[in-house]
Ligand binder design. Structure first.
Ligand code: 5GP
Length: 173
């Protein structure tokens, strides 16, 4: 299971974590319910860019993805499930943002996940070929690197890091 599932597990397990819902121009996959993103036409997305409605946005393999300015409750931390170009922008805007780099256990595993969710051969090849650059950028940005080898284990690891970060925020000494 991928990053999306991990993000969902995290907010289900933590009442003070608020998951942002991104916009995308990517067509909905047959396996998707339609709630995963706000699916929009490119023109609508472009208007939102022009109106400064995004905290960050990026083009990823031909489609646009963006995080609307968050509307989380005051008592919550905001969780963004985004790719590296977006994470770079967030880091510039919010220097103390915590970046988790989530890695598949292997490239073979990533390939299998992409195929299992129905991605076409061409798209799988593209994703795999761009992975090394994304990985390098991700490592530069990351506050923490988490291997998504087992969804329960990875969820527990991130939750325990969050708990420690919140403890430090309450009591920095
Ligand atoms: P997918 O098309 O597989 O759902 O997502 C492709 C990539 O876009 C994933 O790495 C996902 O994390 C990323 N992504 C999803 N939403 C956003 C967003 O709002 N901004 C950015 N920069 N990337 C996003």
């Amino acid at each position: 299971m991928g990053k999306g599932t991990l993000a969902k597990r995290l907010v289900e397990s933590d009442d003070h974590l608020w998951l942002s819902r991104s916009w995308t121009t990517r067509p909905r996959r047959a396996s998707e319910k339609g709630t995963e993103y706000v699916f929009v036409e490119r023109e609508t997305f472009q208007r939102a860019i022009d109106d400064n409605q995004f905290l960050e946005w990026a083009e990823f393999h031909g489609n646009l993805y963006g995080t609307p300015l968050p509307t989380a409750p005051d008592d919550s931390d905001v969780l963004l499930e985004i790719e590296v170009q977006g994470a770079e922008q967030v880091r510039r805007e919010i220097p103390d943002a915590v970046v988790f780099l989530i890695l598949p256990p292997s490239m073979r595993d990533l390939e299998e996940r992409l195929r299992a969710r129905g991605d076409q051969d061409e798209h799988v090849a593209l994703r795999l070929s761009s992975a090394p650059q994304e990985l390098a950028k991700g490592h530069d940005l990351a506050s923490y690197v988490v291997i998504n080898d087992d969804i329960e284990r990875a969820t527990a690891e991130i939750l325990s890091i969050l708990e420690e970060l919140r403890r430090l925020r309450r009591d920095p000494s």
